[in-house]
Design a protein around this ligand. Structure first.
Ligand code: GLN
Length: 446
């Protein structure tokens, strides 16, 4: 634990993966483990881990990278945090992110930027950019992220690490600061597939505090990692390899296809015809849910309150105007508009219908295939500052990850190669609650 903090203090000032550290507590916890001994079956005892700062940690400041929560100290732990602590893992700190997880570059954080360790002039991706960098730069072997539209997978792709967005309901959302409640999932980010499977073992499972968490039994995700995937049937959606995908990314994925074939899998072209409507539907649905979820930040119950307010209305308006950043305000306005009486049918309701069509596309492919594969993102990591001023370009980055959240399916990024020296991830998409097959394939491939 001491070496971990010494290394973090060396490495992180250049990268900015962390928002705040938990040094005293983690060292105390480590000392207690030294004293009491470690259960040999407990693979995570004493292992340093990082937690995205939208996951609440009792007694440890949790900001969701927003000025609104700058000094917010939670009074309870998220279920996943309790599970980490029950495994005797050490929480070494909270990681930077896009404000309230809204973004794809970690640049909307109210506090500082995070740099990509492969090229510090580039973004780490987002919104779980801090978690991805904490792992990629060797500061910790495991970090937790959250994924509403791609926020675990895209930064994993940009940093050359493994990131799993589990099936909706696989992991409890209790204590995850809500963004889009029908889309949000917490998942592990690691350097290897095996570590990732072990970390999902640790955090998965039903939770009475989250009524959307599933009662499905949780298998041992590390069990099937044999390297044998002969006979596996994989679909490659033609929509995921077409226009708009950087040719160098496409090439890496084509290489991956060959590798899967060499391993004895069959890879065939399939179609997800409605996936191109995913971005439009997602930004209506996610923003609508966000506009509702973020109502609680009213300047009274949590966090930031504006100074010198005149009356109650002023408390609300000024606290929210000053406490939220531009991207969060954009989502609140978009969501409030989509849900308003005159526009509900044209936008929110319509987006829900599109969501059903996207789900049906996946179901059809999964009648014949075990897995779907393709790129995670259309490009490798872009330069800091390049896309922040252009929300639509930023939103289009999510075109390949969003359909998975809309359908509630598990999606994983596995390092597949490089384009111009920058990491490129392969996305594996599984059937609901079949993360095991994804891990089996990812393990054979990596
Ligand atoms: N980039 C997407 C967005 O801005 C996804 C974010 C996420 O998954 N949290 O909404």
């Amino acid at each position: 634990a001491k070496a971990t903090f010494a290394n973090m203090n060396q490495v992180d000032p250049q990268l900015g993966a962390f928002l705040n550290l938990n040094e005293d507590q983690a060292l105390q916890q480590a000392a207690a483990l030294d004293q009491n001994g470690i259960d040999a079956n407990n693979v995570f005892a004493g292992i340093p881990m990082a937690v995205k700062d939208n996951i609440v940690t009792k007694g440890l400041t949790t900001t969701a990278a927003s000025k609104m929560l700058e000094n917010f100290v939670p009074v309870y732990n998220a279920t996943v945090v309790d599970k980490l602590l029950a495994s005797n893992a050490l929480i070494v700190g909270k990681t930077n992110m896009d404000e309230f997880a809204m973004g794809g570059s970690t640049e909307t954080s109210a506090f500082h930027v995070t740099r990509n360790p492969w090229d510090i002039s580039r973004v780490p991706g987002g919104s779980s950019g801090g978690s991805a960098v904490a792992v990629a730069s060797g500061q910790v072997p495991v970090a937790l992220g959250s994924d509403t539209g791609g926020s675990i997978r895209q930064p994993s792709s940009f940093n050359g690490i493994v990131g799993m967005k589990p099936t909706y309901g696989r992991v409890s959302r209790w204590g995850l600061i809500a963004f889009g409640s029908s889309l949000d999932q917490i998942g592990p980010m690691t350097r290897t597939v095996k570590d990732n499977a072990a970390a999902l073992n640790m955090i998965a499972g039903n939770d009475v505090h989250d009524t959307t968490s599933s009662k499905q039994t949780v298998p041992d995700f590390t069990a099937g990692l044999t390297g044998d995937i002969k006979g596996m049937k994989i679909g490659l959606p033609k929509e995921y390899m077409g226009d708009g995908i950087d040719p160098k990314v496409r090439e890496v994925i084509q290489q991956a296809v060959k590798q899967f074939e060499d391993l004895g899998a069959t890879v065939e072209e399939v179609s997800l015809p409605n996936s191109r409507y995913g971005v439009a539907a997602y930004y209506i649905i996610a923003s609508s849910e966000a506009s509702s979820n973020l109502q609680r930040f009213d300047g009274i119950r949590y966090g930031f309150r504006a100074d010198d307010v005149k009356n109650l209305e002023d408390v609300y308006v000024r606290s929210r105007s000053e406490g939220f950043g531009d991207e969060v305000k954009r989502r609140i306005m978009l969501g409030t508009f989509s849900l308003s009486a005159g526009y509900y049918d044209a936008y929110f309701h319509k987006a829900g219908q599109v969501r059903t069509m996207i789900i049906n596309d996946f179901n059809k492919v999964f009648e014949d295939y075990d897995l779907i594969m393709g790129p995670v993102a259309p490009t490798p990591a872009f330069k800091l500052g390049d896309e922040l001023s252009d929300p639509i370009t930023m939103y289009m980055n999510d075109v390949l990850t969003i359909p998975v959240n809309l359908a509630g399916l598990p999606g994983m990024s596995v390092p597949a190669g490089f384009a111009d020296g920058l990491p490129v991830g392969l996305q594996l998409i599984g059937k609901a609650f079949d993360e095991s097959t994804m891990y089996r394939a990812g393990y054979a491939f990596e």
